[in-house]
Design a binder for this molecule. Sequence first.
Ligand SMILES: *Cc1c(COP(=O)(O)O)cnc(C)c1O
Length: 349
Amino acid sequence: MPDIRIDLYSDTQTRPTPQMRAAMAAAPVGDEQRGEDPSVNRLCRSVADMLGKEAAVFLPSGTMCNQIALLVHCRPGDEIIAETSAHIINAEAGGPAALAGVMVRALDGERGVFRPEQAEDAVRDGRRHSPRTRLIAIEQTANAGGGAVWPLQTTLAVAEVAKRHGLVAHMDGARLLNAVVASGVAARDYAHAFDSLWIDLSKGLGCPVGAVLAGDAEFIGRAWPWKQRLGGAMRQAGVIAAAGIYALEHHVERLAEDHDNARLLARRLAELPALEVEEVETNMVFFDVRRSGMTAAEVSERLLARGVRIGENARHRMRAVTHLDVTREQVEQAAQVLTEVVLDGAHAA
Ligand SMILES: *Cc1c(COP(=O)(O)O)cnc(C)c1O
């Protein structure tokens, strides 16, 4: 594999900083699955407080947060509503079908955001032969939607639809804190109307592993047996929870830098006629390479040969993600390399 100098593949590519590693090394620990790990308990308390929820549970991944939420809230044969591009549908290895046994009703939104009326129309009316609608899920920010921020009013209106029909409102908040920093809306305000939600520690927050699922005490109580059953219960997990505590104290405000860098990259790329750049709201820059005459895979390969990694999202769509381990200068360099690749491609064609 070529040497990657600038990795814009994902905000999962961050490495723990020396300070974060020091916090991990110094963490008080205990047996997590007995509730005896002080660092895990502290992390869960602080996430629950930040989200205005009664309780929280530490899990190895965001995927497990989503899957456990479905397992707790739903019965096999139930139907959940989510946006077509949602992670829950596209990137969890069929988990909703394989684990909770739910059907998924996909709604086509705008940049990953559907309208409350679409959700309303999708709710089943409870006839004998139809599946039972049980849950509405939103993704904040909408990853494949372009890192788009769900406006607070829209999230509230969607949660209101859920409430009116006796459904559960669930938020995949993998990048909720990017939405918070971008919009200035407090995390607890976004969280308030949702029965369950979670944040990922291993994305822009820069931790090596972990996610925290929150809700009321009853929900978290019911999540625990699933954590145990799926093998997500841990022992001296304070070592990794300490990274989360560190990140919540030091890596939230700085997400604004990632957003600035993403806008900078988008401005540079927008100067290239061969690229069509989508609107940037947080730390993701999606762009279409069709006019370059190359596929996303071809562009990606040429970038990689020059030490820059940017992932392909579809045949002609690419995604660059800014994060803790990419400086402003590197973003400028990446834009320069991409410019050269696109111009070379145009000459070759
Ligand atoms: C990354 C991601 C997940 C899954 O989180 P993992 O920690 O990688 O399992 C879920 N939803 C969204 C929107 C994500 O970006």
